[in-house]
Design a binder for this molecule. Sequence first.
Ligand SMILES: Nc1ncnc2c1ncn2[C@@H]1O[C@H](COP(=O)(O)OP(=O)(O)OP(=O)(O)O)[C@@H](O)[C@H]1O
Ligand SMILES: [Mg+2]
Length: 367
Amino acid sequence: MAETQTKDAFVKFDRVQKSYDGETLVVKDLNLSMPKGEFLTMLGPSGSGKTTCLMMLAGFETATHGEILLDGRPINNIPPHKRGIGMVFQNYALFPHMTVAENLSFPLEVRGIGKSEREEKIKRALDMVQMGQFGGRRPAQLSGGQQQRIALSRALVFEPELVLMDEPLGALDKQLREHMQFEITRLAHELGITTVYVTHDQTEALTMSDRVAVFDDGRIQQLAPPDVLYEEPQNSFVAQFIGENNTLEGVVKEMKGSDLCVVQLDDGELIDAKPVNVSKAGERTRVSIRPERVEFNKERLQPGAHLLKAEVLEFIYMGDIFRTRLRVAGNEDFVVKTRNAPDQVRLTPGQQIEIGWLPGDCRALDA
Ligand SMILES: Nc1ncnc2c1ncn2[C@@H]1O[C@H](COP(=O)(O)OP(=O)(O)OP(=O)(O)O)[C@@H](O)[C@H]1O
Ligand SMILES: [Mg+2]
């Protein structure tokens, strides 16, 4: 049974730790299993250990503790070039003295692939990134975005089963970046490639990935598909890090089963919330609610919903949405986003209103 489980995971980090100096762990007890063909993104603040994880998987760094398995086999002792992994790292540049075609030919030659097959594969890899005309150029004769597309096709040219990308779109402007995000996921899915992608851009992570691992302080704080991550953050860090979020601080007043608790906010008001990582009365908590889940149109609220007093501080018309900043229970940065619709209320600064939400949309998290 254990063997089948290991086989199902194409990439597996098993209790992996990493320390560079023998004292501080920059990766702490990492457990992660990826099925074949998955597109997984590691997302997190600077220094949280993302690149270190990728480097260990690539074989440029070794784990201090634990084991990394590829297709069921430990890879700790296999040198990087024998792992059959395609890589696009920000500082893993193209060879400047070679033409584009020679750059792509290199990983094929290393693998002993004959000339005519090489030419065929190179053509296909360049066409994939719409760079078929550029085989004869040197990297210096290409724009930054074109170089990144070549780096991508070089990582894919030998049809690796696993591709690692560390902020591959960092240097690109917004438009090209969005185009490449689409291109990368399309290629990965078309070719059935298992991908580990690193970024600190949350939109990129949410739009590209099957699952996202949110890193902080050397640990995975949550590993989930994008919609779950956004809608059901497991702790305050994830709630704050992913998307825009409102928080109100208080104390758990009463637990009412596994789906409901009453929180007394610091200004004395009582609200209902979904207990996520609080378990008993008296615990301090931070309740979290997304800006688009707040309602000030009472007709749209369920009867019995707690309403809170709020003062409008700012109302911004943004075309598709209205963005309202409120003072709620002492928080002056409470943001509400409402869709621009003919019946939607427009507010003015200074106005006193009442707001509410469904208890399930309000999550009681760690303080
Ligand atoms: N070669 C190294 N020697 C010593 N410490 C290192 C080395 N590489 C990284 N570190 C440290 O390990 C920690 C994790 O670094 P890592 O590069 O994995 O973070 P990251 O999540 O990729 O950050 P960023 O988003 O800035 O790229 C940091 O505190 C960093 O200073
Ligand atoms: Mg990094």
